[in-house]
Write a protein that binds this ligand. Sequence first.
Ligand SMILES: CSC[C@H]1O[C@H](OP(=O)(O)O)[C@H](O)[C@@H]1O
Length: 347
Amino acid sequence: MMLKTITMQWTGDSLILIDQRKLPHVVENVVCKSYEEVAQAIKDMVVRGAPAIGAAAAFGYVLGAKQFSHLKGEHLSKAMQQVHDAIARTRPTAVNLFWALKRMHEKFLAAKDQDFVKALEEEAMKIAREDIETNRSIGRHGQTLLKDGDTILTHCNAGALATVDYGTALGVIRAAVENGKRLRVYVDETRPYLQGARLTAWELVQLGLETILICDNMAGWVMKQGKVNAVIVGADRIAANGDVANKIGTYTLAVLAKRHGVPFYVAAPISTIDLNVKDGSQIPIEERSHKEVTHVGDLRIAAEGVKVYNPAFDVTEHDLVTAIITERGIVRPPYEVNLKRIMGVEP
Ligand SMILES: CSC[C@H]1O[C@H](OP(=O)(O)O)[C@H](O)[C@@H]1O
């Protein structure tokens, strides 16, 4: 079973990841041959983006199963719990990581007395292939919200590189263009990791879209000048009440969009919705290394001796979210009720 997309390639005994830390100037791969190497790649953001992290975790779990396939009984079960836990410890905010690991571990428990490695590889491939179709469906639903000539503002990277392929927020933009709509996109650079400047701009320029890069602190002025018709972002975890955890700076954009009467859309698969979390206050917010803030690459840009606070995500309250675009359709408030409905759960 093989898979090859811009983000990742499954060869049967390794997961090859494009090294997103080095894009767009250097296109290099990281080859992971063990679950430990996949865990490290997620932690180091070689691969990043909620759905991409979930799929990488699934293939990492398969590599772990291959490493321990010689074990039996309790020894095997303990080893696979260790694989699950090692990958689960990598990053705390994107629920897709835990959703994928839970799906893989349940498949293992159901198949551990048979050819569980084959069953797990099939499950990981299903997760990956489902993600691509999910993103195309998000695009189909979301593009109905956009009209020819619109200008969109986006933040971070919720494109093909954040997923197995096609993208969520950028999937909506791609689908609109595929439907003949001419769009212009303002791209927030997205300090400090610069997913916007390095990844989203790279994806959109390659798609041939008019792409305008701005610093994050310019978004309000761009909106105040009436230049933005809609904001579209991805998500890492959506709480039961519709609160959205996403890249740091998303909350700022949502407040600005409200102030300027600009619709604020979140594009995400239902695997990003976490009904176990009542509201955004319960979503763990990852804090990353200080060097991400004090340096750009190896260049120190901050004075020696400063303290640093580097939350990688923030939470946008549900009342700032105009609609949530999923593969099953567009969800509008009241999210408490309509998120359960779109997931087929009795409100
Ligand atoms: C399609 S979900 C992408 C989502 O993930 C990003 O975070 P990170 O680059 O730290 O993994 C960001 O929050 C994006 O919106």
